[in-house]
Write a protein that binds this ligand. Structure first.
Ligand SMILES: NC(=O)c1ccc[n+]([C@@H]2O[C@H](COP(=O)([O-])OP(=O)(O)OC[C@H]3O[C@@H](n4cnc5c(N)ncnc54)[C@H](O)[C@@H]3O)[C@@H](O)[C@H]2O)c1
Length: 261
């Protein structure tokens, strides 16, 4: 039980990786503030956490809204008195449209949820972490924030921004005993990706061939990496971006990456 007596706020914890991270940390002894914009999903994750025997507090909020983030953090502090861990995970996909056809409003929405959301949650939770002189933040970026992907003109820049925000906060808050790191998942089988495959905007067969390990990732494989960065084992890791991608970002050759003779 690595996280006994710790309190973690996980954004977008109603589905996919956020839900997996929330349950993973609860199984290791943490109480969880379960954020999602969808209250039904947030309540279901909080129920699962209560069933594990930890406290799950469901808080519905849109992380791109400053008012809603402030209320969420205030409510969490009233209930728990502190927030030890923040996992900035909530996000949406982009629409994979050519840049000249991208609608400025949709572009802005993607940037707002990912980058502004990560900034707002870090700012509000960071105030309390600074006061306590303790905290760990893990931001979920993406391999799409590391290498350029055509038609991902909003998501890619937002995720790249998250990597730089991570480094900025890591060096700004290091002297307060706050570690800030990011994880960049490759393609992980969650409802977000399942929907993309269903709509025909993501081709999983091509992704599998382009991934040196020859498969999509599992949400638990991201939870393991997040838990490591939150644990004492990573006490001197700060400002790092950890790709968890089956080798995706290391592959720089031509053609398929899997089953190379
Ligand atoms: N699945 C992948 O392959 C993959 C790869 C790299 C990065 N990511 C990133 O991982 C994170 C989680 O993705 P996932 O695949 O689990 O997706 P998902 O769609 O399964 O879960 C995302 C959750 O975030 C919530 N959410 C969306 N907008 C929100 C908002 N404004 N405020 C609060 N909650 C909001 C959704 O309701 C949903 O429950 C995202 O940031 C995504 O960009 C995913």
């Amino acid at each position: 039980m690595r996280f006994n007596n710790k309190v973690a706020l996980v954004t977008g914890a109603g589905s996919g990786m956020g839900k997996s991270i929330a349950l993973f940390l609860a199984k290791e002894g943490a109480d969880i503030i379960v954020n999602d914009i969808n209250s039904e999903l947030a309540n279901a994750t909080a129920d699962d956490i209560n069933n594990i025997g930890q406290q799950g507090l469901s808080v519905t909020a849109d992380i791109s809204s400053e008012d809603e983030v402030q209320s969420m953090v205030e409510k969490s502090i009233v209930v728990f008195g502190r927030i030890d861990f923040l996992i900035n995970n909530a996000g949406i996909s982009d629409q994979f449209v050519p840049t000249i056809e991208q609608k400025a409003d949709y572009w802005q929405r993607v940037i707002d949820i990912h980058l502004r959301g990560c900034f707002l949650c870090s700012k509000e939770v960071g105030k309390h972490m600074i006061e306590k002189r303790y905290g760990k933040i893990v931001n979920i970026s993406s391999v799409v924030g590391i290498g350029g992907s055509p038609m991902r003109n909003a998501y890619g820049p937002a995720k790249a921004g998250i990597i730089m925000l991570t480094k900025t906060l890591a060096v700004e808050w290091a002297s307060y005993n706050i570690n800030v790191n990011s994880v960049s998942p490759g393609y992980i089988l969650t409802p977000l990706i399942e929907k993309g495959i269903e709509l025909g905007i993501i081709d999983d067969k091509v992704i599998i061939r382009r991934t040196p390990m020859g498969r999509l990732g599992r949400p638990e494989e991201i939870s393991e990496a997040v838990a490591f960065l939150l644990s004492d084992a990573a006490s001197y890791v700060n400002g790092c971006n950890l790709p968890v991608d089956g080798g995706w970002t290391s592959f720089g050759s031509y053609g398929d990456a899997f089953n190379i003779p």
